[in-house]
Design a protein around this ligand. Structure first.
Ligand SMILES: Cc1cc2nc3c(=O)[nH]c(=O)nc-3n(C[C@H](O)[C@H](O)[C@H](O)COP(=O)(O)OP(=O)(O)OC[C@H]3O[C@@H](n4cnc5c(N)ncnc54)[C@H](O)[C@@H]3O)c2cc1C
Length: 384
C-alpha cells in the first residue's frame, strides 16, 4: 500500500501519527461481519467510539473539525471496510450542524456520539426534494413555545438505528431556501415512525421516515430560525471532501488488490503484470488515485487553514474522486476476470460500494453545476 501521500505538505506530524495508529487498529479489527448490517453498524460505532476514533467526528466548545483528520480516517477505514467508514462518517454528518451551530444543551449529545454511545443521522432528503434541497416540504409549525413537524424524509442513513436525527423542515420565513430550519429530533419522539427500510446495492441502515405531528421544544432549533439551508450547506462544505476521501480509500484498495493479482496470476506463461495493456491499466489507476488524493487533501487543507468556504475545492474533490474511483474499481474488476464479479470477492464489493457516492451529498452533475457557477461567479467579480 502506497502511503507516500502522507509526506505531502498538506499534513502535519499529528496527521501522520493518526494515520499510523488508525491503520494498525484497522488491521487488527476489520473487516466487521456484515451479516446483519444494523447490528454491525451498532457494533462498529461502539468499537470505534471505545477506541477513541470518533472523537474527531465532532467539535466541542472552542474546538474545530479538522477536515484532514476526517479525510484520513475515512480513506483508511474505507480501504479496510466500507461499513466501518459509513459508521464513522455518519457520526460526523449527523452531528455536523451541532458542532458548527449547536447550543450548549445540544452539544451534550456530542459526548455520547464521540464515545460511540449514541448514533447520529442527517435527515435532509425527501421524496420530492433530493438534489433540489430548497423544495423541502416537511413543515415545522410554531406551536406554543415549540414546533410541530409533519412530512416525510427518505434515504436517511442510520434511519432505524439512530438515537437522534438532525432534521430539516420548512418554518416558512420566506419561500424556497430561506424558509428552512434545522432541528435536533431524538429518535424516541412520539410521531416519528420508520415508514420503510430501504435496501441498496451496498447494504447499510437506510430508511424513509414519517413525521406525523412530531412535537419538539424551542430548544431543539439548531442555529437561527430560517437558517437551515445555510446550516446544511455549511455542514456539507466540511463533509463533502470526506466523501471524496472515502472514494479514495476504495480506489486505493482496488489498486492494491490489482497489483497483487497481476503479480500473482500467470497468463500466457508469464505473470499478468508483464502484459503491457495491464501495465497501461495500472498506470491509469495510479494516476487517478494520486490526482484524486491531491484534490481531496487540497480541499481539506484549505478548509483547515481558515478558508471560510471551500465550495469549489470540495465540489472538485468529491466529483473527481468518486468518478475516478468508479473507473479504478471497474478496471480492478476487469483485471480480476471472473473472480472480479464473484459475490463476496473484495473487488466485487468495492464495485457495489462506490456507486452511491456519486449520488449522495450532491450528485456528480450537481457538483459540475457548483464548479461552473463558482468559475462564472469569480469571472464576473474579476471583470465587474
Ligand atoms: C445510499 C444513500 C444514502 C443516502 N443518505 C442520505 C442521508 O443520510 N441523508 C439525506 O438527507 N439524504 C441521503 N441520501 C439522499 C441523497 O442525498 C439523494 O439521493 C441525492 O441528493 C439525489 O436526490 P434524489 O435521489 O432525489 O435524485 P434527484 O434529485 O431526482 O436527481 C436525480 C439525478 O438527476 C441529476 N441531476 C440532479 N440535479 C441536476 C442538475 N442541476 N443538472 C443536471 N443533472 C442533475 C443527477 O444525476 C441526479 O443523480 C442518500 C442517498 C443514497 C443513495
Amino acid at each position: 500500500m502506497d502511503r507516500s501521500f502522507l509526506g505531502w505538505p498538506f499534513f502535519e506530524a499529528r496527521h501522520r501519527d493518526f494515520a499510523d495508529r488508525l491503520e494498525a487498529w484497522c488491521a487488527a479489527n476489520l473487516p466487521a461481519d456484515h451479516t446483519d448490517v444494523d447490528a454491525a453498524c451498532r457494533d462498529l460505532v461502539a468499537r470505534l467510539g471505545e477506541a477513541g476514533w470518533l472523537r474527531v467526528t465532532a467539535a466541542g466548545e472552542g474546538e474545530t473539525l479538522d477536515v484532514r483528520t476526517l479525510c484520513i480516517a475515512r480513506e483508511t477505514l474505507a480501504r479496510h471496510d466500507g461499513l466501518a467508514d459509513f459508521a464513522f462518517a455518519m457520526q460526523g454528518l449527523g452531528t455536523g450542524a451541532i458542532s458548527l451551530f449547536g447550543s450548549a444543551g445540544q452539544r451534550e449529545w456530542l459526548a455520547r456520539t464521540r464515545a460511540g454511545k449514541a448514533i447520529a443521522a442527517f435527515a435532509l432528503s425527501e421524496p420530492r426534494s433530493g438534489s433540489d434541497v430548497a423544495a423541502i416540504e416537511t413543515t415545522a409549525a410554531r406551536d406554543g413555545g415549540g414546533y410541530v413537524l409533519s412530512g416525510e424524509k427518505t434515504w436517511i442513513s442510520n434511519g432505524g438505528i439512530a438515537d437522534f436525527y438532525c432534521v430539516f423542515a420548512r418554518t416558512g420565513e420566506a419561500p424556497g431556501a430561506k424558509g428552512i430550519s434545522a432541528f435536533l429530533m431524538p429518535a424516541d419522539t412520539p410521531g416519528l415512525d420508520i415508514a420503510e427500510r430501504l435496501e441498496v446495492i451496498a447494504p447499510h441502515p437506510l430508511a424513509r421516515l414519517r413525521l406525523d405531528g412530531v412535537r419538539l421544544p424551542a430548544s431543539a432549533l439548531i442555529g437561527a430560525s430560517g437558517d437551515g439551508f445555510r446550516i446544511a450547506m455549511a455542514v456539507l462544505d466540511v463533509f463533502r471532501s470526506t466523501v471524496g476521501a472515502a472514494a479514495l480509500g476504495f480506489a486505493r484498495r482496488a489498486l492494491d488488490e490489482t497489483l497483487a493479482r497481476a503479480s500473482r496470476r500467470e497468463l500466457f506463461g508469464a505473470p499478468m503484470s508483464e502484459l503491457q495493456m495491464v501495465q497501461g491499466h495500472i498506470a491509469d489507476m495510479a494516476l487517478d488515485v494520486d490526482a484524486a488524493a491531491l484534490l481531496v487533501y487540497r480541499a481539506a487543507w484549505a478548509k483547515d487553514n481558515g478558508a471560510p468556504r471551500v465550495t469549489r475545492e470540495a465540489a472538485m474533490a468529491k466529483l473527481y474522486a468518486t468518478d475516478r474511483a468508479q473507473s479504478v474499481i471497474d478496471k480492478a474488476v476487469q483485471i480480476h476476470g471472473g473472480d472480479g464479479v464473484r459475490r463476496g470477492h473484495i473487488v466485487e464489493s468495492l464495485y457495489r460500494e462506490i456507486r452511491a457516492l456519486r449520488i449522495y451529498e450532491g450528485a456528480s452533475d450537481v457538483q459540475k453545476v457548483i464548479i461552473a457557477r463558482q468559475m462564472l461567479g469569480s469571472r464576473s467579480v474579476r471583470s465587474g
